[in-house]
Structures are given as C-alpha cells and as structure tokens.
Design a protein around this ligand. Sequence first.
Ligand code: SF4
Length: 416
Amino acid sequence: MLKTMEPRWREISWEQAFHGASTAVARVLEKALDGNDLDFEQGLILSRVEGDDLVALVKVADEIRKRAVGDHVTYVVNRNINFTNICIVGCAFCGFSRGPNSPDAYFHSTEAVVAKSVEAVERGATEVCIQGGLPRDLDGHFYASLLRAIKSRLPELHIHAYSPMEITYGVEKTGMPLPDYLRMLKEAGLGSIPGTAAEILDDKVRRELSPNKLKVRQWINIIRTAHALGIPTTSTIMYGHTELPDHWVRHLLLLREIQKETGGFTEFVPLGFIHSLTRLFRSGHAREGSSFREDLVVHALARLLLNRYIPNIQVSWVKLGFGGALACLEAGANDFGGTLMEESISKTAGARFGEYVSPGEIRAIIRTIGRTPAERTTTYQIRKIFEEANHEERLPMERMPVLSSGNPPSGGLDCQ
Ligand code: SF4
C-alpha cells in the first residue's frame, strides 16, 4: 500500500466516515468523541480495524485532534547528537551499536559535542538531543560532565538527553540513589529526558527484543522520579516487530496512568521498527517493520486514548518518511518533531531519512496538507506561528517522491 493518505479519504467528512463504520466501532468512536476515556476492550476493538472502520478511526482521530489542539502543526529546531555508537547492551532490534573494536566505532570527544551544539545554535536550534550507546568503561559521571560542558558555553540551550537506559547505567556506575543522580543531572543542565528505551512496556516482549535492557518497573521508576523532580520527559512506543495490537493498547493505557499521576509527559512519539539491518529481523523473529495500516492505527489510537492527558502526538519523519508522516498528521497527530540535523541511529539501522530538514522545508511540507506550521520549544511553548509562507519555504525536491509513494523505512531507536 502507498504510504500516503488515499485521496478519497480527504474528500469525506469525519461524520460520513463515522456513519460508514460498523456498529461496534461506531459505539467506541462515539464515546471518544464525547470526551470519555476508552478502556482496554474499547482500545482493542480500534486496534484491529480495517476498511471502512479504519477510515472512520482515522477521520475521527483527526477531528478529535482538531478539537483538542487546533490546526497548527508544531516542530522544534533541534540537533540530535549520538555521541557514541559503542554499546554493550546488545538489543536485537538495534542496527546502530558497535563493539569497541569495530572499524566504524566512534566516541565523540566532549569538545566535539560542544562544537556540534554551538553549530546547532548558530543554525537556529533551541534544543540538542543527546543519546548514545553504553560503552563498558564509561565513567558514571560522564553524563553530568557533558551537560556542564555544553551549558558553560550555551547556558540558554535546552538539553534533552539520556534515555532511561543511560540513566540506569549512570546510576549503576556511580552507585548513587536514582533521585540523587537525576538531581545531579538537573543541576548540571538537563532540561528533559527522552522517553526512549520504552519499546513495548511488557517484560515478555522486552525479553525477546533486548534481555539486557531495563525492565518495565525500572523504566516507570525513572520516569516517575524524573517527573517528581520537575524533569519532563517524552513518551514513546516502538511498534512493527514482534508485538501484537493488545500490547499497543496496554502500553498506551500505562502511559495514560502515569500521566494522570505526574503530568510530566510532554508528548507521545510512535516509532516504527527499522528492520533491515537488525539481528531481530535477520533471525526471522520480527516482521518487516510496520505496515501503513499499523502506522495509521497506532497514531490514531494514541490520539483517542491519550487525548485529554498527553495532547501532543508526534510523527517521526525519520521512520515514516514524509508521506507517512503527513498521513499520520491526518490521523490524529499534531507535531512534526525536529529538524534533527544528524540522526545516526535510525540511519544506521536502514532508514532512508535522518540527516536534516530545514525549518523552511518542514513548514513547506506541513502546508501541503493545509495546516499551519508553528515553531515550538521542547516543552511546547509556541515561539512563532507561520500564518503565511515565506521565501525560506520550499519542498525538499530530491526527496519529494516519498510524498506520493514509497515503502516505509521502519524501526530502530529515536530521540524526541
Ligand atoms: S538500542 Fe541503545 S542500548 Fe540497545 S544496543 Fe542499541 S545503542 Fe545499545
């Protein structure tokens, strides 16, 4: 299937789509339209939709998005810095990590990361997003030192850094209690934490994907502790590998429960599995990344299950391609993510995207679906609404074919 919205979908209203749905699906969609929380069984019904029911889900999610957050599509000007690809964890879905003796292993010096941050700010970035692998001999205080080095040069820059897996590693290496460790990172300049390393929040699935990775309770503990200390985080899911639709629903409901308690999630980002260079796929244990139907369902389901609690649903253009990203923006999502400038993790795992899209290109892409682009900060304060197009806005022509067709890239690890 083409990874774009079928034109006929655009021509019908959400009411028409709703009336075309089966009784069971229409009943659940009506509940969502009335502003009610959906439960597991209702989420499960939506997670399995096809045909007219799928069209109804997508159109209703789009309508609920419009009512909740309007027609702006936000984005952030940022740079991803993956400071090392050396990692001992060995996740089967990861095509990014390398052993220390691999010819393409790297570890950027602190000076190099600071220089990349300075360059990002000079190009208009308000955020750097920093994540890396877990090298065996890493000093547990390295994460704080890196924050201090960047902040001493760029005190205004928002640093969005360190997955819960890296936080776990830092705690282990230093022997510090988690709250003290997070407090130290905050004092060193940590602004927010990517809610990556979530994959699927189910220990059985996690054992298949990455037995050495942190457990569900550890992920939740880090997130809750960060929120309690006033450090916001994003939230993510990785889908399109070995999981089933009921895992999506449980994962979303778990995030909703945490958010009800803490209010610390800024956004939810579905991340499709990039399969091609991963051990998980080569060993025959995973499917070939997500289908277009799955991309639409996961984004729409997120809108319906999280809407009142996590109103910002982000598309990952790195994973979806531009066509897929636009389709998901018409299926309940409202944020385009960041300019990135450098995103080596998905790229190494086989994604075709992941270098840099300028703010002008992002705005031009957003306008193709009739929505208004708005630049935001990491924590969703609006910096500028671009009501009118300007001379900086042009579509990235060399990549334009993916706006109308193309197979999706799929999976990996991402930072937002
Ligand atoms: S996903 Fe992260 S923790 Fe897992 S192997 Fe890759 S770099 Fe290491």
